[in-house]
Design a protein around this ligand. Structure first.
Ligand SMILES: *Cc1c(COP(=O)(O)O)cnc(C)c1O
Ligand SMILES: [Zn+2]
Length: 419
């Protein structure tokens, strides 16, 4: 493991927490809301100091995991988990691009992020390391599935006690993908928004680190690495468009923050990237706000196969909206049928099996290209954030059946060639 202390690196460039609404500053503690205006808190950094130290060359010389951007992440000491997380492939999707009529199309593939096959391994790597630094002995989360998987796995690796709360009706792959690590898995009879409300009460009563509640400001920073990697893997260029799935709205707003940080450090030119929000029609509070050009995110009751995105009252919905509008992007939503087509299209063109959230981004990208909102000559990234083996229920009845034969040559030939 790379020993940052021995190399004499200043261990943290975090100035503290800052309210996103009124700007009041707070110390770097497990806080998440402003006492004065109830605005969410965000980690702020000393970019002048970072600039003196961090270069593209230094980053490129480091191990291929998310900690290569360590100075831009909110931990003080050594990273203790996530040493194999991040730095997932950026794939030039020529076949899919041809299908959609666009030349420079890439897939940023977190369906193979280590250890639990979704982008949540990024945020959890940061959150668990931070929870340990704060001295918590128990970590917890409210989850639509992938977060539960990652918290369960990484808590096991970090020797922390673990409680994860999920809606009871999740896919088998998401439930088994948590249970295997032996957390306390609590299946709540309700939707994610009800799970989240319950967890906020539990977080107030028990002294646990709820990664996406009371240490959310630190957790959310991990999402920035998704954007850093895209830029680095494009040869330190920002793309023209990124299509991003939206659940709570954290990933999309942190991609935006990450791009601007890279500009502040002088690694890329002024950010002109358009950010596009992708949601399922059955749960599209942010996309609806975009289409109505209304800052007010109206909560909805989710009804979609894209369960990982089924957050009807997104914590960062307003910031997701601001990000999209501020970037000159747009938002689209797609039906369950379109989601399944999206999953199958990515699989048959690029050999990548994504979960329902990836079906959403593929189908939304197709729509945005048809609408002319993404132009055919623009370098575009589709965010693939989770793995299809976890949401098999979505596609199982939509595939052709295996061809059954007897174990002999004639049976094979008659079944395959003479029907
Ligand atoms: C959680 C999740 C997202 C979106 O996350 P937010 O930051 O809450 O918007 C996207 N894709 C997958 C697969 C997820 O699990
Ligand atoms: Zn405030």
């Amino acid at each position: 493991m790379y020993n940052y202390a021995k190399k004499g690196m200043k261990m943290s460039y975090v100035k503290g927490l800052k309210c996103r609404e009124c700007g009041r500053e707070y110390p770097k503690e497990p806080l998440y809301v402003c006492e004065y205006c109830f605005g969410p808190l965000e980690v702020s950094y000393d970019y002048e100091e970072i600039k003196k130290k961090l270069t593209k060359e230094l980053i490129s010389s480091r191990a291929k995991n998310l900690w290569r951007y360590r100075e831009l992440l909110p931990i003080d000491g050594e990273p203790i988990v996530g040493l194999n997380s991040g730095f997932t492939p950026l794939i030039k999707a020529n076949n899919l691009g041809k299908e959609l009529g666009i030349k420079e199309l890439y897939v940023k593939d977190d369906s193979v992020c280590h250890p639990t096959l979704s982008f949540k391994d990024r945020v959890v790597s940061v959150a668990i390391t931070k929870a340990k630094e704060f001295g918590f002995d128990t970590v917890a989360c409210a989850s639509t599935g992938n977060l539960a998987n990652s918290v369960s796995a990484q808590a096991a690796g970090a020797n922390l006690k673990c409680f994860v709360f999920i809606p009871a009706d999740l896919e088998a792959g998401k439930i088994i993908g948590s249970l295997i690590y032996s957390p306390q898995l609590i299946a709540v009879e309700g939707n994610y928004d009800e799970v989240n409300r319950l967890c906020t009460e539990i977080a107030n009563k028990f002294k646990w680190a709820f990664v996406n509640i009371n240490i959310r400001p630190y957790y959310a920073e991990g999402s920035k690495t998704y954007a850093y990697e895209i830029v680095e893997q494009l040869g330190w260029r920002a793309p023209q468009n990124i299509v991003v799935p939206v659940a709570g709205g954290s990933l999309i707003s942190k991609i935006w923050k990450g791009l601007h940080e890279l500009h502040k450090l002088g690694f890329i030119n002024e950010v002109k990237t358009k950010i596009f929000a992708a949601q399922a029609k059955g749960c599209a509070p942010v996309v609806t706000a975009i289409k109505e050009n209304s800052e007010i995110i109206k909560p909805v009751k989710p009804k979609t196969i894209a369960k990982s995105l089924a957050i009807g009252n997104p914590a960062d919905g307003y910031y997701a909206f601001k990000t999209v509008m501020g970037s000159g992007g747009w938002g689209e939503d797609v039906t369950d049928e379109e989601i399944i087509e999206g999953i199958k299209l990515l699989a048959s063109t690029e050999g990548i099996f994504t979960e329902t959230a990836g079906g959403v981004t593929v189908a939304v990208t197709k729509k945005l290209i048809q609408q002319g909102r993404i132009r055919k000559d623009e370098l575009t990234i589709i965010s693939i954030t989770g793995n299809g083996l976890k949401t098999q229920e979505a596609v199982i009845s939509k595939l052709s059946q295996p061809i059954k034969i007897k174990p002999n040559l004639s049976s094979f030939e008659s079944a395959v060639f003479k029907s």
